[in-house]
Write a protein that binds this ligand. Structure first.
Ligand code: GUN
Length: 283
């Protein structure tokens, strides 16, 4: 079975529309601002598709596009202006930032109640303490993966879940969120020994390492796991692909999220859900 985002988004967008309509009746339009620095092609594509999705259900999204030549003081002032704007319910800084700004911790710049990325300490602390998203705005990719698994009735209670990758955006928050859903979690990374013995025993494998077609059938045992592919890579021919060698593993797993069409669109759905949560919390 392919874990496609399309059907989940079709269902969830109706809920987003209804919530947005209810707020508009109270005179409030959920409003997101995106701060984009520079002209990295992937970031331009991601921010445009986020804007399109958000406008599609009646909320507002503006991309504030700043030149890569902007200096640190100017950048901080721009972010400060948006943070202080009461008409803005959520904002985020598209990553990566250019090298001369990359030391800035954007999680510190954006207050928890507007932090639709879930990077602020307040949100991370709630996640750490066991929240499943009732109090915290959760990081978008981990939240989207939970929504995807839930939609396809894939339970987490007591499951052996193996995460490949320990990044701040995916691997680490994913591990905490899975713990909050009662999974037994193992995080593998570049220094992990004997990784195939670990993945071979998994009920669910979540790969977020950014290496094209890395995970093949040699990583799988006979448990027919569910595979979630977070990777957005290009293969030798320049074609978009995930971390998983889809054709090689598809008959050896019980379900798999494709690239494209799996986790990527779920991340955008989570962002929209976080925007509405942030807006509702502000009323
Ligand atoms: N760039 C890649 N993924 C993300 C994300 O989740 N949030 C932000 N702000 N930038 C990203």
């Amino acid at each position: 079975m392919d874990l496609m985002a399309g059907p989940v988004r079709s269902k969830e967008i109706e809920i987003l529309k209804a919530r947005t309509d209810a707020m508009q009746k109270r005179g409030v339009t959920p409003t997101l601002k995106v701060i984009l620095v520079g002209d990295m092609k992937a970031s331009l594509i991601y921010t445009r598709s986020k804007k399109k999705f958000i406008e599609n259900f009646g909320a507002s999204c503006e991309i504030i596009h700043l030149p890569s030549s902007i200096n640190e003081a100017e950048f901080l002032a721009e972010v400060g202006n948006v943070v202080g704007d009461d008409s803005v319910h959520g904002l985020f800084v598209q990553l990566p930032l250019p090298k001369h700004l990359s030391h800035i911790d954007v999680g510190d710049l954006i207050p928890g109640h507007k932090d639709v990325d879930g990077f602020n300490q307040k949100n991370i602390y709630e996640l750490f303490k066991g929240d499943r998203g009732d109090k915290a705005l959760l990081p978008c990719t981990p939240k989207g993966i939970i929504t995807l698994l839930h939609h396809y009735n894939i339970g987490l209670d007591g499951k052996n879940v193996v995460i490949l990758g320990r990044s701040e955006i995916v691997g680490r928050p994913m591990a905490l969120l899975l713990l909050n859903h009662n999974a037994t979690v193992t995080v593998c990374h570049s220094k992990t020994q004997n990784i195939k013995a670990i993945t071979g025993n998994a009920d669910i494998i979540i790969s977020a390492i950014g290496r094209a077609k890395f995970l093949d059938r040699s990583f799988l045992g006979d448990k027919k796991p569910v595979i979630v592919d977070v990777g957005i890579n290009h293969d030798d021919a320049g074609k978009l692909c995930g971390d998983v060698n889809y054709d090689d593993v598809k008959d050896l797993c019980s379900a798999i999220s494709p690239v494209p069409g799996g986790v990527g669109p779920m991340t955008i759905l989570s962002l929209a859900q976080n925007l509405l949560q942030a807006t509702e919390m502000s009323l």
